[in-house]
Design a binder for this molecule. Structure first.
Ligand SMILES: [Zn+2]
Ligand SMILES: [Zn+2]
Length: 357
């Protein structure tokens, strides 16, 4: 079969003839009909992911296609099924995270294109239980991006736990953002697009935005948002939107950036606003990340002013991603804009690790 092969870190992708894979026990063989491109493919090619990856490697983690063979023991899938496969295909089943129902944090997880060949190829194998049936009538080309980009923004929206009356803003109308607008709208929320690009305004409206603004000030002028999904790869643009985050609002980081994230002057933010780091890692149930311990961030510029039950309260600058990314696999940072002192007290009433306030 033909496959796009990355020969080494930093190497050029090469379309090559390679051996077609065969499904082992509990696996299926999928004839790929569409394979979405994700910028993570670039990060992996350039060796920026903090996980050991063997090369040469065929990437691709937004696969959809039809099953053409099933391995021994497969009972839930059959030949001709139309399926897609998310990032996490299998995990150890016995570590803390697997036992907590969060296999996306399992250190032993098998990720599509990481621990097993990816989908930029004519065929790929996948664990049968990891595959998801595609609804009839859904085109392969439309389904593919949902298996990373779509899943990532949808889980960010779920993690923000929006209430029915709340307003959702999406900053960055690109590969992630154009899907975020549609999910937000389809879920019934008043939806605001934030984009500097004039040429995206019409598209944003078409995808479901009730209002389109160009920055945080514009968002504020439009009444603000309770949840901001930062799908941009510019932390500067994400930070700017804080000006339009309503009290009790949540800023969800969904796009990754190499830029440091600088919290603007706290004067405007003493109203219980949160930022939640969120890096989509793929899972059948939910993509997300877990709160980090404060000692992870020994290089926080600024001051840590409290902690409670795994949450951290920080005033200052979150370290740039080069440092943060070491923890991307299983941690995240929650920053509460809150009057220092009240935080720990409030957290004391929260029984589990979770964002509070
Ligand atoms: Zn991806
Ligand atoms: Zn595990």
């Amino acid at each position: 079969m033909k496959a796009a092969v990355v020969p080494r870190i930093g190497g050029k992708w090469e379309v090559k003839e390679i051996q077609s894979p065969e499904p082992s026990a509990n696996q299926v063989l999928i004839k790929i009909h569409a394979s979405g491109l994700c910028y993570t493919d670039v990060h992996i090619t350039e060796g920026r992911l903090p996980i050991p990856i063997e090369f040469p490697r065929t990437l691709g983690h937004e696969p959809v296609g039809e099953i053409v063979a099933v391995g021994e023991g497969v009972i839930s899938r059959k030949v001709d099924d139309r399926v897609g496969v998310p990032w996490v295909q299998a995990s150890c089943g016995r570590c803390e995270w697997c036992l907590r129902g969060k296999p996306m944090f399992c250190a032993q997880q098998i990720g599509t294109g990481i621990g097993i060949q990816g989908s930029h190829a004519e065929y790929m194998v996948a664990y049968a239980d990891a595959t998801m049936l595609l609804p009839d009538g859904l085109a392969y080309e439309q389904a593919a991006p949902v298996f990373c980009a779509g899943y990532t923004v949808w889980s960010g929206l779920r993690w923000a736990n929006p209430k029915p009356h709340e307003r959702i803003a999406v900053v960055g109308i690109g590969g992630l953002g154009h899907l975020a607008l549609q999910y937000s709208k389809a879920a019934g929320f008043e939806t605001i697009a934030i984009t500097h690009s004039k040429d995206k305004e019409e598209l944003a409206h078409k995808l479901g935005a009730n209002v389109v603004v160009s920055d945080g000030q514009g968002l504020r002028g439009a009444g603000g948002a309770d949840v901001i999904l930062a799908t941009t790869n510019s932390y500067k643009a994400a930070a700017d939107t804080l000006r339009g985050l309503r009290p009790d609002g949540r800023l969800m980081f969904i796009g990754a950036s190499d830029e440091p994230f600088t919290i603007p002057s706290p004067g405007e933010f003493l109203a219980n606003r949160h930022q939640t780091g969120h890096f989509g890692l793929g899972d059948r149930e939910l993509l997300a990340a877990e709160w980090c311990e404060i000692d992870v961030f020994d290089d926080v510029v600024g001051k840590a002013v409290g902690r409670g039950h795994g949450d951290i309260l920080v005033e200052g600058v979150i370290p740039e991603r080069s440092r943060l990314r070491e923890r991307i696999r299983n941690s995240m940072c929650v920053t509460h804009f809150q009057v220092p002192g009240s935080h720990t007290q409030r957290c004391a009433h929260v029984p589990e690790r979770r964002i509070c306030g």
